[in-house]
Design a protein around this ligand. Structure first.
Ligand code: CP3
Length: 343
């Protein structure tokens, strides 16, 4: 039996119509069943490190909507957590960590990495066994720069000023931190792939706050380091890079980093998106707030993506994660419009 995983076909450069669809943050608080399991888990991190519960919440959006792909339920900050940095998630405040200081970088110890992350690998193994055969399983990690922004500030910030200041004040320590995160992230992805992930996505959610020189040093170089390392072990596994907010710097990103596909945010203009798609698969890029509002705002956004990008290799997605106030019937309407599309 040959298994047809639509998203993998697109990642191999094929145009599939209608395009495969999944959503960033598809397991999350907009779903009542997620909120229920989350309550049962106690804390968000307990949910990430408990394979029974992590498998359950990963499966929830697949059961409800039948998406073409499923993304492992975890968080990008399990890597610094595995390196011994404290981490907690507070309702309404997001992640909280003790800010790392420059002199602490050389003391970071990667030896507990795989023991700490063993439950995540177990979750991936169970998912591949439980998912329908036609559903693509996506592994993921955060890009070193984005993970570093939380380690340095200790929480989310609107412009990542603490991490930018750290990079300018302590360039050697910044390079060292990003290289360590890149090596750990590559090892983490390699294990996820061994456990059954069909492809992986690397989230660089904060790549849009840097000047071109720092974008090269903090985003492009560490991303290339991960891609090179993963490819040495798994040369044929597709890698999606998502340099959110990169703007004009999306140009050249695929070539410089070696990623297979580009995740686009909603601010990428169609002319640029089509130029990027001419060189390989793209994923995106509905404004998640169109999905909150629904109706004409949603129909118009979905139609524009299909009109501009569905003729080439496209994975239909949002331009960033779904937000908690999104009504479920809007998600259903989006899926119906994409799957019901005609040329
Ligand atoms: O369904 C999925 O997409 C898989 C799971 C997933 C989560 N986080 C679960 C989560 C993925 C892929 C992530 C990635 C992630 N985590 C990123 C990159 C993507 C992005 O959104 O930019 C970042 C920056 C983080 C760090 C993080 N985790 C933040 C800033 C927050 C707080 C914001 C929020 O939405 O609450 C989290 C918490 C988090 N990660 C939740 C979920 C479902 C909500 C926490 C909860 O349930 O209490």
């Amino acid at each position: 039996m040959t298994i047809e995983r639509k998203m993998l076909k697109v990642l191999q450069g094929e145009s599939v119509f209608p395009p495969p669809i999944w959503m960033m943050r598809q397991a999350g608080r907009y779903l009542p069943e997620y909120r229920e399991t989350r309550k049962q888990a106690g804390s968000f991190l307990d949910l990430c490190y408990n394979p029974d519960l992590a498998v359950e919440v990963t499966m929830q959006p697949i059961r409800r909507f039948g998406f073409d792909a499923s993304i492992l339920f975890s968080d990008i900050l399990v890597i610094p957590h595995a390196l011994g940095r404290d981490l907690r998630f507070e309702e309404g405040r997001g992640p909280l960590m003790t800010p790392i200081e420059a002199h602490e970088v050389e003391r970071l110890d990667a030896s507990p990495l795989h023991d700490h992350l063993a439950p995540v690998y177990e979750t991936v193994r169970r998912l591949r066994a439980e998912l329908p055969p036609e559903t693509t399983l996506i592994g993921f990690c955060g890009a070193p720069w984005t993970v570093a922004t939380y380690m340095i500030a200790g929480h989310g910030t609107p412009d990542q000023a603490p991490a930018r200041l750290f990079g300018y004040r302590h360039p050697a320590e910044m390079r060292k931190l990003l290289a360590l995160l890149a090596d750990c992230s590559a090892d983490y992805l390699i294990r996820q792939i061994k456990a059954g992930a069909d492809c992986v996505q690397i989230f660089d959610s904060w790549s849009g706050v840097l000047d071109e020189t720092s974008f090269e040093a903090f985003c492009v170089q560490p991303m290339k380091r991960i891609v090179d390392k993963v490819r040495m072990v798994h040369p044929n596994v597709p890698i999606i890079g998502f340099p959110k907010g990169a703007g004009a710097l999306y140009e050249g990103y695929r070539g410089k980093t070696g990623v297979t596909a580009l995740g686009l945010d909603w601010s990428v203009p169609w002319s640029q998106a089509r130029r990027l798609q001419a060189k390989g698969p793209v994923q995106g890029n509905l404004d998640p707030l169109r999905l909150v509002v629904g109706g004409e705002a949603l129909r118009e956004g979905v139609a524009a993506i299909l009109d501009n990008l569905a003729g080439g290799p496209l994975i239909f997605n949002l331009g960033h994660g779904i937000t908690p106030p999104t009504p479920i019937d809007h998600v259903e309407a989006m899926i119906a419009q994409v799957r019901g599309a005609t040329r």
